[in-house]
Write a protein that binds this ligand. Structure first.
Ligand SMILES: [Zn+2]
Length: 468
């Protein structure tokens, strides 16, 4: 009986083009997903909103209506007032380890007065969904959740466990992330995770599929302060030991320092693919660097390009400055903030020591913020095959690559505990058309949203024995 139901559904799917049926009508699944998406965007979940428990309650109601029971659902509270959600979709073979599906329910704060439209109302306009979190990351969260709901309602049984792990402070402290990563390791028997908050692709302005990238590594976010202090004094009698001048000299040294270039499996894959679309000089530099990471000529060319410079090495840059206390006083203190993005697998303590050696005595280097560090996740053939299959419906033949993010996502905390994570978001944006995540008037294409639902369904089925 169930089997027939699935066959029937796939027949219906066959006449769906570009996220809507031939008649332009949304399918029931698309309609429900849009309702859940609206609920998610319209429940504010920024850091001080205390909104996530409300969203979790709404999600649980939807899950139960689809057939998930209390035993499948775990709500995790953190001491900081955050709430995470775990949903286990039980597989038929308990000998196989499960796959986690990550997403974060929290969003970056948005002020109504700054936005063109209310950030916490989902608006569909000119082919876009607009509102805070439409891209980051209610798109990923709803894509995963509504696909769980669809598959469960249809009676689909995966061969192995699929486990939703939705966090609540990815944009701030990642306390809930660390907690869930620990649970994944100790209690949930997870082999690897897919992350809906990273990865994704690009299409051209005419809709041609260009590139899809799996996020498999992240740089480590590490911030320090450089501080110079002394007794200060009257500005009418300047002395040699001026905190501002001393700090300025230290900053000069940070500016002119370049960290040693390096290569890992993920940046190698990405650069190989990239060399095919770059201009001849850059393409030649990439190929030379891939052969020899000490080749000075290619390093110079790559370092001149902000994107490649960030890809081949750890970077540390001054981002904030604070000094002095009165215009007629010698400064008693001068402090600069230096934000580093450290290559995966490198212990930040090493970079910290390098900075100390660089700025020398008299300048104190202190940790300001640090979110843990992790190695790159090794590429797996089964993951790549699942992504190829997921893309084949709407973006057939798209070129697949892997990338290392310069920013940070939940994935890093799982990788840090030895659980590989692959960012495999289902959304492909148009080149040059940014969703402006974290910024004003965040938006995504409506068609892209509906296509992302098919992406998740195909990915989940491929990864759990649902594709024969
Ligand atoms: Zn995000």
């Amino acid at each position: 009986m169930r089997k027939y139901k699935i066959i029937l559904v796939s027949t219906i799917c066959a006449v769906i083009i570009g996220g809507t049926s031939l008649a332009g009508e949304l399918t029931d699944h698309q309609k429900l997903s849009r309702v859940i998406y609206q609920e998610a965007v319209e429940t504010p979940t920024y850091a001080d909103s205390k909104g996530t428990p409300k969203l979790v309650a709404k999600f649980i109601k939807r899950l139960k209506a689809a057939g998930f029971v209390d035993d499948d659902i775990t709500v995790v509270d953190t001491a900081e007032g955050h709430q995470s959600l775990i949903v286990r979709y039980q597989g038929s073979d308990s000998n196989q380890k499960g796959i986690a599906f990550l997403g974060h329910m929290d969003v970056v704060t948005a002020y109504k007065k700054d936005w063109v439209l209310d950030p916490f109302t989902l608006t569909e306009k000119d082919g876009y969904f607009m509102g805070r979190g439409t891209a980051d990351n209610k798109l990923g969260v709803v894509g995963i959740l509504s696909t769980f709901i669809k598959l469960k309602s249809e009676g689909y049984v995966p061969t192995r466990d699929m486990v939703i792990m939705f966090t609540d402070d990815e944009e701030t402290g990642m306390v809930s992330t660390k907690q869930l990563a620990q649970m994944a390791l100790e209690k949930l028997n997870i082999e690897f995770a897919f992350n809906g908050d990273a990865g994704g692709g690009r299409i051209s302005t005419t809709g041609k599929p260009l590139i899809y990238s799996i996020q498999a590594a992240e740089k480590t976010y590490y911030t320090v302060t450089l501080t110079v202090t002394n007794s200060g004094g009257h500005s009418s009698r300047p002395r040699k030991d001026n905190a501002i001048y001393q700090l300025a000299k230290a900053l000069d040294k940070v500016e002119s320092h370049s960290f040693k270039p390096e290569l890992n499996e993920i940046t190698e894959l990405f650069m190989k693919k990239k060399s095919k679309s770059e201009k001849p000089e850059m393409a030649a530099a990439i190929m030379a660097f891939l052969k020899d990471q000490t080749d000075e000529k290619s390093i110079a060319i790559l370092s001149d390009n902000t994107k490649f410079n960030a890809l081949i090495r750890t970077t540390c840059v001054a981002t904030m400055l604070n000094a002095g206390h009165a215009e007629n006083a010698l400064p008693q203190s001068a402090e600069a903030t230096i934000n580093c993005r450290i290559m995966p697998g490198t212990d930040p303590a090493i970079v910290h020591k390098q900075l100390e050696d660089l700025v020398g005595a008299g300048v104190t280097v202190a940790i300001k913020s640090f979110t843990g560090f992790a190695p790159a996740s090794p590429m797996r053939n089964d993951v790549v095959a699942a992504v190829v299959y997921a893309n084949a419906l709407h973006y057939e033949g798209i070129s697949i690559t892997a990338n290392m993010s310069a920013g940070g996502t939940d994935g890093k905390e799982f990788r840090a505990l030895g659980i590989p994570v692959y960012g495999v978001g289902g959304y492909l944006g148009i080149v040059g058309d940014s969703s402006n995540a974290h910024g004003l008037n965040e938006k995504i294409r409506v068609k892209g949203f509906y296509k992302s639902l098919d992406h998740w369904e195909r990915l989940m089925k491929y990864a759990t024995g649902g594709v024969k």
